[in-house]
Design a protein around this ligand. Structure first.
Ligand code: PLP
Length: 392
């Protein structure tokens, strides 16, 4: 017999993957240059050259057994010390190496944190629009998934809706800023108000409500926007970080969980996260990459190409009359579907080989997502199609 929930998760591909596969099929027929695929969030800026240099140095300088061997389950002390020191330089955060657990990217880290908090009856909230995988990460790991409706059109956080959704079973709220799919960055004002609300409600229900800060896009911010370091605003924040987007290393599976010293039940919480990672077999993140990251914590992405794409698309779409969330971060635009039904609009666009992800899975069925880590030529060629679609 086969577990039905797992079967369904494996057999039903996500809408994003479906679109991507469709794009590959169409490319084989009409040519790659004639398919305008905005579906997948795969970085289009290469990893900084210093990362490849660090890989070469690690291979040349360190003993092969050490490079490729198991590390400690929570990660090499060297890597954790380097990450702590970088976070302290940037945010004066008081991070200790013992507060960090190296993980295989944000996805397994989120699962470990959710699992660590999944007491009987646990509810984990997420703010729409949200990364669709939060739902299976939560429901397959023993907790209920509670959606907080979107704050349209600002796409900050609807605090009244958060308050209304909190129950005595609320264990945590997942927030993701800069946000996939909206591209918005939560402001210090929004986060300060959320912190005040959660502090008040935690007292009322008699246990902490944690923020799970999912931060693969922390460094991807443009213009004057700033992504505040959330543990400095709300002590009960657990950070899930990943180098997938910031250093363009999604295939290398490396990141960390940070449990701040000031977090309620710090030691037990850290141990439970390590225990959940152990139960899932996700300990000992890739050893080579741990050693590389130890040498690369100071690197930041060169955002020029993303920023140019962002402006070109946002300005072009606005000129046609499209409305969208303020695109201050990550590499996504979240655009209101003309006619209000993004699934129908995305289907119409697909007929013109323009691949847009409808917002249903993100909890916003009247918006569609554009992932702009693509070539500039593709944007230039596809803009007139957006123009045709809004006029039809
Ligand atoms: N969280 C968000 C919001 C994402 O967009 C992604 C990947 O696209 C992840 C988590 C998973 O990232 P990782 O590659 O680090 O597992």
């Amino acid at each position: 017999m086969i577990n039905e929930t797992m079967y369904a998760l494996g057999a039903n591909r996500s809408c994003i993957r479906d679109l991507f596969e469709y794009g590959c099929q169409r490319a084989a027929i009409v040519g790659r240059e004639n398919v305008y695929d905005y579906s997948l969030g795969n970085p289009s800026i290469p990893a900084p050259p210093e990362v490849n240099q660090a890989i070469r140095e690690v291979l040349e300088e360190l003993d092969s057994l050490a490079v490729h061997g198991y590390t400690s389950a929570v990660g090499d002390l060297g890597a954790r010390t380097a990450i702590a020191s970088d976070l302290n330089d940037r945010y004066a955060a008081g991070v200790r190496p013992g507060d960090l657990f190296l993980g295989c990217g944000a996805a397994p880290e989120l699962i470990s944190v959710i699992r660590a908090l999944a007491v009987p009856g646990a509810e984990i909230m997420a703010v729409a629009p949200f990364f669709p995988e939060y739902r299976p990460f939560t429901e397959a790991n023993g907790a209920s998934f509670v959606v907080v409706p979107a704050d349209v059109p600002a796409f900050q956080i609807n605090l009244e809706a958060v308050e209304a959704a909190i129950t005595p079973n609320t264990q945590a709220i997942i927030i993701n800023s800069p946000n996939n799919p909206s591209g918005t960055v939560y402001t210090a004002d929004t986060l300060g108000k959320l912190a005040a609300l959660l502090t008040r409600k935690s007292e009322e229900i008699g246990h902490p409500i944690y923020i799970i800060a999912d931060e693969p896009y922390r460094e991807l911010v443009y213009g004057d926007a700033v992504a505040p370091f959330i543990p400095n605003i709300y002590p009960n924040t657990i950070v899930c970080y990943s180098y997938s987007k910031s250093l363009s290393l999604p295939g290398e599976r490396i990141g960390y969980v940070y449990v701040p010293a000031q977090c309620a039940d710090h030691d037990a919480l850290y141990a439970a996260i390590a225990g959940a990672a152990r139960a899932a077999g996700h300990v000992c993140a890739p050893s080579l990459m741990q050693k590389v990251i130890a040498r690369c914590t100071h690197l930041r992405p060169d955002l020029k190409a993303y920023d140019e794409n962002r402006r070109l698309l946002a300005d072009g779409l606005k000129a046609y009359g499209y409305e969208m969330a303020q695109p201050d971060g990550a590499f996504y635009l979240f655009v209101k579907a003309p006619g209000g039904n993004a699934a129908a609009f995305s289907e119409k666009a697909k007929q013109k080989d323009l691949l847009l992800v409808p917002g249903d899975g993100f909890g916003c069925p009247d918006y569609f997502r554009i992932c702009y880590c693509v070539s500039r030529e593709m944007i230039e060629k596809s803009l007139p199609i957006f123009g045709q679609l809004i006029r039809e």
